[in-house]
Design a protein around this ligand. Structure first.
Ligand code: C2O
Length: 554
């Protein structure tokens, strides 16, 4: 297989949005960053040159990284960060995966502007029809801050709260005309009438889940998180940070005199305050016969009505129906490898906590209390040395393998005031460890405390199957009998419903240390994370490979 080489220079660039010019962290001067395009089976090498006086890392979100955990990217989990002026080359092979993923910085909140599409073309023809025409259309959601993201992150650590203070949502880095001073920064995609296109939709936003719709057009979901699905027709989609969704769109509507249809992304939340509930829009523009001339004409954008098929902000009903409609293809060519039985079930709560400041931290929250977040009452503290290195070199003292396999006590998170249950988490860097080949089930139970949104839980190094999802308390004596063990969706990030649970199953077939965390960056910072070790198996192909010679040191 060929080796594809890429060069990423992490550098500051002046970028203007909403009439604010700021020095923005970019890759190769681009915002969003460059698109990586490879084919299934390719070897990939990305040399990352850090040209900022800060640390950085890059994560290839959803790439399995079989045996190559050193190239996964999360800072202090699988590598020490790349220091100022230093370089590191990520080397990995894209095995048995095809579709749309993303890459992003996995240090601090750098993902705010350091992200891009990671596209894997299949070796075989698409299993769906019609075959879309090229070019594919990337639709990447992000957020723009007028202020310095570093300062916002620091503030948040100090006060442990505060609003999601991005100033605009963006499509491909462009806020669109509903934001002030932003008319010219609008995503416009030209399409030919009658043709079918593949939209590669990526949610790279730091802290927001979105509904997305294109006026008058039906979308057909054919792939999620780089795994084919049964084609699923829908009027809109819901997409959480870290998730990707490929949809077919046929330009088969009759446009008005503008030749344009609006596309819109609006956050999915159950409470407005104190979050941003603004909307980013772009346009599909149908080509006409005098298309050439049109291109030269300066564009005056109409302020259009929003698509009537865009769900309202609090539409949990829509989100649930949409997610329940996703099924893996489960065909002879693309079988569904969901474990029918499991060796181990871990039940973990997902909580936000309002509590006293952690030891060794300075806080200025309300009466000395601030927000933290936890799994099974454990708030994850970032280690000072890479966990994978600690594990590989058997420097075991740094690893606490005592992440509890079940909640600290019986839980009941419906109808009670859970405040008291959510106080005073323990702080630590705790992991679970499983033998190679373990068929593992993890039940993620949201505790409903001060939580207006789904938690998108992302597992590194593994895809998993979402076998069940429900509201209220998970009932281990009843709910598993309703699991979908035939064609559950296979993903790398699951939206755990507010006040509900999701059950995922995976084959622990990738030796190493992996991060499991909420892909809302704010929650990861507050500690909504855990570590996960898969031991080496008996065969050489089941062991972590030695670290590369240029692996950064802490
Ligand atoms: Cu896309 Cu650990 O993240």
């Amino acid at each position: 297989p060929p080796t594809r080489l890429f060069q990423f220079n992490v550098e500051w660039r002046n970028v203007t949005r909403l009439c604010h010019t700021k020095s923005l962290l970019t890759v190769n001067g681009k915002y969003p960053g460059p698109t990586i395009i490879v084919h299934e089976g390719d070897n990939v090498q990305v040399k990352v040159n850090n040209r900022i006086p800060r640390n950085t890392t890059i994560h290839w979100h959803g790439v399995r990284q079989l045996q190559t955990g050193w190239a996964d990217g999360p800072a202090y989990i699988t590598q020490c960060p790349i220091g100022a002026g230093k370089s590191y080359t990520y080397k990995f092979t894209v095995i048995d995966q095809r579709g749309t993923l993303l890459w992003h910085s996995h240090f601090s909140w750098q993902r705010a502007s350091v992200y891009g599409a990671f596209i894997i073309y299949p070796r075989m023809p698409y299993p769906f029809s019609p075959t879309p025409v090229r070019p594919d259309i990337p639709v990447i959601f992000g957020e723009w801050w007028n202020g310095e993201v570093e300062a916002i992150e620091n503030d948040m650590m100090l006060y442990g709260g505060g609003p999601n203070s991005s100033d605009a949502y963006t499509i491909n880095g462009l806020p669109g005309p509903l934001y002030p001073c932003s008319n010219k920064d609008t995503f416009i995609q030209r399409v030919e009438p009658g043709k079918t296109y593949l939209l590669r939709i990526i949610n790279a936003a730091l802290n927001s889940e979105f509904f997305f719709a294109v006026a008058n057009h039906t979308l057909t979901v054919v792939e999620i998180d780089a795994v084919y699905t049964k084609p699923f027709e829908t009027s809109a989609i819901m997409i959480a940070p870290g998730q990707t969704t490929n949809v077919l769109l046929t330009a088969n509507q009759i446009p008005d005199s503008t030749n344009m249809f609006v596309m819109a992304a609006r956050p999915y939340l159950t409470s407005v305050f104190p979050f941003d509930n603004s909307i980013t829009i772009g346009f599909l523009k149908y080509k006409t016969s005098n298309f050439k001339k049109e291109k030269q004409t300066p564009m005056l954008l109409p302020v259009p009505p929003l698509p009537h098929n865009l769900p309202p902000m609090e539409d949990t009903g829509f989100a649930t129906r949409f997610l329940n409609g996703l099924r893996s293809l489960s065909s002879a060519e693309y079988p569904c490898r969901v474990p029918k039985k499991v060796d181990r079930r871990v039940i973990t709560t997902i909580s936000l906590n309002l509590q006293d400041c952690a030891p060794n931290q300075t806080c200025k929250g309300y009466r000395g209390k601030r927000f933290y977040a936890s799994m099974n009452n454990q708030s994850f503290i970032r280690p000072s040395m890479s966990l994978l290195e600690t594990h590989y070199k058997k420097l075991g003292a740094g690893l606490s393998l005592n992440f509890p396999g079940k909640p600290p006590h019986e839980f009941n998170y419906t109808g009670v005031d859970p405040l008291s249950e959510n106080m005073n988490t323990e702080f630590g860097t705790k992991l679970i460890e499983v033998p190679y080949g373990t068929r593992l089930e993890i039940v993620l139970q949201d505790t409903n405390f001060m939580n207006p949104e789904n938690h998108p839980i992302h597992v590194h190094g593994h895809n998993f199957f979402v076998v069940g999802r429900g509201f209220g308390n998970f009932d281990s004596s009843n709910d598993p009998s309703y699991y979908n063990l035939v064609d559950p969706p296979e993903r790398n990030t699951v939206a755990v419903p507010m006040g509900g649970w999701a059950a995922i199953r995976l084959n622990a077939d990738n030796p190493g240390v992996w991060f499991i965390h909420c892909h809302l960056e704010e929650h990861t910072t507050w500690g909504l994370a855990m570590g996960f070790i898969v031991e080496n198996g008996p065969k050489p192909s089941q062991c972590v490979l030695p670290p590369p010679s240029d692996l950064p040191a802490c």
